[in-house]
Ligand binder design. Structure first.
Ligand code: TXA
Ligand code: MG
Length: 313
C-alpha cells in the first residue's frame, strides 16, 4: 500500500514499521527508540537477533549524540559521501542506543541516505533503523512491487520509485587508524581511496568475531539455484537452458537469456540485479547459469560478491 510522507510520519511515531526508499535499496524502517517496532522488523524479516541494524540519520551531527569519539577520517568521508551510499561503523556510548538495534555490539552503523522523501522524513523522525526490505537471505527490494511481494499488498510503503543504485551501501569500519571495507557496495573502493588517500582493504572475515555479522549469512539468494561460471557458455560441459548474462554475448543453445545489461555499464547492471534475481523466481526458473567473466574492479567487485553469495547454499 503506497503512502505519502505525512502518513509515514504518523505510522512511525505511533509504533509502526514502514518501507522507505533510499538511493541503494528499500529499507524496513522503525524509530530507533521504539524497541517493540524494532523487534517487529526482526520478526517480519525472519532476521537473526545477532545481526545489527543500520541507523539512518538526516544530519551528520546526529552521530555526536551517540559517539563519544569519532575515528580519524570521519569528517572527510562524510563531507564527501553523505548523503550517499556509505555506512560507517562507529564506537558508541552503549547507553544511548537500544541493544536490540545493535545486536548488543559496542559499535553501531550509521548512514545518511540520499533520497529526498526519506531525508524529509528524517527531519521529523530520526534516527530510523532500517535493514533492507526483504525476507532475510533473499534478494533486496529495489522497487515497491518487491516489498508487496515479500510483505503483502497492505504493507505501508513510502513510494520513492526504483532505487537509483540497486546495491546496498558500502560499509567501512575503522581498524587501528585505517578504514577497512566490511561490506562491498554501491560506493567503490577506488572512489573512497580518492578521499582517504589510500585504498581501503577488505576486512578479515573472522568467523569467530565477525566485524559485520550479516556478512557471514547466506544472502541475496533467489529460490533458483545459481551456477556460476567463468567459462564461455559454449565450452560449458553442463549446459543449462537459462542464462543470467549480458548483452552482446553469445550463449548459444540457451532457451532464455536474462540480461543484466552491458559489461561496459556496471551501474545499469547493479540497478537491475535484484529485480532480475526476483524475476527468475516469478518465472519458476529452478537453475540458471551465471556468466561471471567480469572485470575485477570498481562496482563489478560488489556485483560479483552479491552473485557469489546468492549462489552459496
Ligand atoms: O544500503 C543499505 O545499507 C541498506 C539501506 C536500506 O540503507 N540497508 C542495509 O541493511 O543493507 P541490512 O540490515 O540489510 O545490512 C546491514 C549490514 C548487515 O550485514 C549488518 O551485519 C551490518 O550492516 N551492521 C550493522 N551494524 C553493524 C555494526 N555495528 N558492526 C558491523 N556491522 C554492522
Ligand atoms: Mg540486507
Amino acid at each position: 500500500m503506497k503512502i505519502a510522507i505525512e502518513q509515514a510520519k504518523k505510522i512511525l511515531t505511533s509504533g509502526g514499521v514502514i518501507a522507505i526508499p533510499t538511493e541503494t535499496v528499500y529499507g524496513l524502517a522503525a524509530w530507533l527508540f521504539d524497541e517493540k517496532a524494532i523487534r517487529q522488523i526482526f520478526s517480519l524479516k525472519g532476521r537473526p537477533a545477532h545481526n545489527p541494524l543500520i541507523l539512518h540519520i538526516g544530519k551528520k551531527e546526529e552521530c555526536l549524540r551517540f559517539c563519544p569519539v569519532l575515528p580519524a577520517g570521519f569528517n572527510e568521508l562524510t563531507d564527501a559521501f553523505w548523503p550517499g551510499p556509505l555506512t560507517l561503523v562507529l564506537p558508541i556510548d552503549s547507553a544511548t542506543i537500544p541493544a536490540v538495534a545493535r545486536a548488543n555490539l559496542p559499535t553501531a552503523a550509521f548512514r545518511m541516505p540520499k533520497h529526498s522523501y526519506t531525508l524529509e522524513l528524517l527531519q521529523s523522525v530520526s534516527p530510523l533503523v532500517a535493514p533492507s526490505a526483504n525476507k532475510s537471505g533473499s534478494p533486496s527490494s529495489t522497487r515497491p512491487e518487491h516489498i508487496e511481494h515479500d510483505f503483502g499488498a497492505d504493507f505501508p510503503i513510502l513510494d520513492g520509485d526504483q532505487c537509483e543504485h540497486g546495491l546496498e551501501s558500502t560499509i567501512l569500519v575503522s581498524n587501528e587508524g585505517k578504514w577497512q571495507i566490511a561490506r562491498l557496495g554501491a560506493l567503490t573502493a577506488e572512489t573512497i581511496a580518492s578521499v582517504l588517500g589510500y585504498h581501503p582493504l577488505i576486512a578479515d572475515k573472522n568467523e569467530a568475531h565477525p566485524i559485520c555479522p550479516g556478512q557471514l549469512l547466506q544472502h541475496y539468494a533467489p529460490k533458483a539455484r545459481l551456477v556460476l561460471s567463468k567459462e564461455a557458455y559454449n565450452n560449458c560441459p553442463q549446459k543449462l537452458p537459462y542464462v543470467l548474462g549480458f548483452d552482446n554475448e553469445s550463449y548459444r543453445g540457451a532457451t532464455k537469456v536474462y540480461s543484466l545489461g552491458s559489461k561496459n555499464d556496471p551501474q545499469l547492471v547493479s540497478y537491475r540485479l535484484y529485480d532480475l534475481l526476483r524475476q527468475l523466481d516469478d518465472d519458476n526458473v529452478t537453475e540458471v547459469w551465471v556468466d561471471i567473466a567480469l572485470p575485477k574492479q570498481g562496482l563489478w567487485e560488489a556485483i560479483f560478491e552479491r552473485l557469489s553469495r546468492a549462489a552459496s547454499r
